[in-house]
Design a protein around this ligand. Structure first.
Ligand code: XIL
Length: 375
């Protein structure tokens, strides 16, 4: 199978060339990337297997102009064993993006989840001495950022360092235990040293809201005060039908833009299922049980609510020139991580395309919001 993404890329619909744009969307005349250009990039998370399905590959190529690897550029995917790098799957995503005139976002260089243990811990799970942990972090970032130089537009340098609760202000993680609070600043410095052209982002969930927003602002000011480069804040955007309020999200965008940074919505999806607790997108906060009310299909009324929610979000994004990219966390409802998080095995409907890859009313609402709010 290796290399097949490239063949598919060459045979599937290519945006901007003679082939009609919407084979995969049943004749819809405008695509997301057309409607958004040049105001913002419209991205999606993919895996290296996405292009094995020609219809899905074609849909991705026609609708999006930016890709994020959903899993395959995370530290555990690239360097699960110290010193042994696996770049093949990530390379397929980069090749697909190149063939379809898309940008690639690197996700991510430092996160407490999906990171190999050896980075910051010894064989007994104890924190490594600070200098050893810093050397590992530097070696990983240097190798990865240099490898993707010129291929990736920007990196989520640090993912989810801010604590959900007030104290301590950074999350208790292996990186922080081994290095201290300045592991964040160090990661930004190492990334910039490895490639002074690549954009650098801080990425997290719920940072648009309340106290977590204040802690994220504090962290951003620390990064800037240390003289490190930071270009944008990534607000993940794992949201629900009713919350957070659009006005609250807008306050977050204003706050980060006020720091002189671009703002990117980096992992957008809207969970339509009931939630037990308010843990946002904390990957550790799984639940055993939760109701699964829409197994047989999404009721019309909820479908409409979802469309209205997406329409309101994009109308608001368009008011803020600092919002330069919106990336969805997946393409179709069937492949969304929200079918398995926070409760396994449910039937969720968080994205713009249904399980048959057909555009939903939410797709039309996004197109309309993009078109009617163009500057
Ligand atoms: C998720 C992926 O979607 C899943 O496939 C994987 O099992 C766990 O990670 N915040 C992030 C993303 O920054 O990397 C996470 O992606 C979702 C939450």
């Amino acid at each position: 199978m290796r290399g097949c993404i490239i063949c598919l890329a060459l045979t599937s619909t290519v945006f901007g060339q003679q082939t009609p744009p919407s084979s995969a969307t049943g004749g819809a005349s405008v695509t997301l990337r057309q409607a958004a250009a040049p105001r913002m990039l419209i991205g999606t998370a993919v895996s290296s297997r996405s292009a094995a399905n020609p219809k899905l590959a074609s849909l991705i190529a026609e609708q999006f102009d930016c890709l994020t690897a959903e899993n395959e550029m995370k530290p555990v995917s690239l360097q699960s064993m110290q010193g042994s790098f696996s770049f093949e799957r990530a390379a397929r995503i980069v090749a697909f993006a190149k063939a379809h005139n898309m940008q690639v976002i690197g996700h991510n260089l430092c996160w407490h989840s999906q990171a190999p243990r050896w980075l910051f811990q010894d064989g007994d799970g104890q924190p490594l001495p600070r200098e050893a942990a810093l050397a590992n972090l530097k070696a990983h970032i240097e190798a990865v950022v240099k490898h993707f130089k010129g291929k990736v537009k920007g990196w989520d340098v640090v993912n989810e360092a801010v604590n959900d609760g007030p104290s301590p202000y950074l999350r208790d993680t292996p990186a922080r235990r081994a290095i201290g609070d300045d592991f964040v600043v160090k990661a930004f410095e190492f990334a910039h040293q490895a490639d002074s052209d690549v954009e650098l982002y801080y990425n997290d969930y719920n940072i648009e809201q309340g106290g977590k927003r204040e802690r994220a602002l504090h962290l951003i000011r620390q990064i800037k005060a240390a003289g490190a480069r930071i270009d944008a804040v990534g607000i993940q955007g794992h949201w629900q039908l009713e919350s957070p309020a659009v006005a609250e999200i807008e306050r977050g965008i204003r706050a980060f833009a006020g720091e002189g940074l671009k703002v990117m919505i980096t992992e957008l999806d809207v969970d339509v299922l009931p939630r037990g607790r308010g843990f946002g997108a904390d990957v550790n906060a799984t639940e055993r049980q939760g109701s699964d009310p829409y197994r047989a299909g999404l009721p019309e009324a909820v479908q409409k609510k979802l469309a209205d929610r997406y329409g309101a979000l994009f109308s608001m994004f368009m008011q803020h020139p600092e919002v330069t990219r919106v990336t969805f966390w997946g393409v179709t409802d069937g492949d969304s991580w929200l079918n398995g998080f926070p409760v396994r095995g449910r039937t969720n409907y968080p994205l713009l395309f249904d399980r048959q890859m057909r555009p939903k009313p939410a797709f039309d609402a996004v197109i309309k919001a993009l078109q009617s709010n163009k500057p």
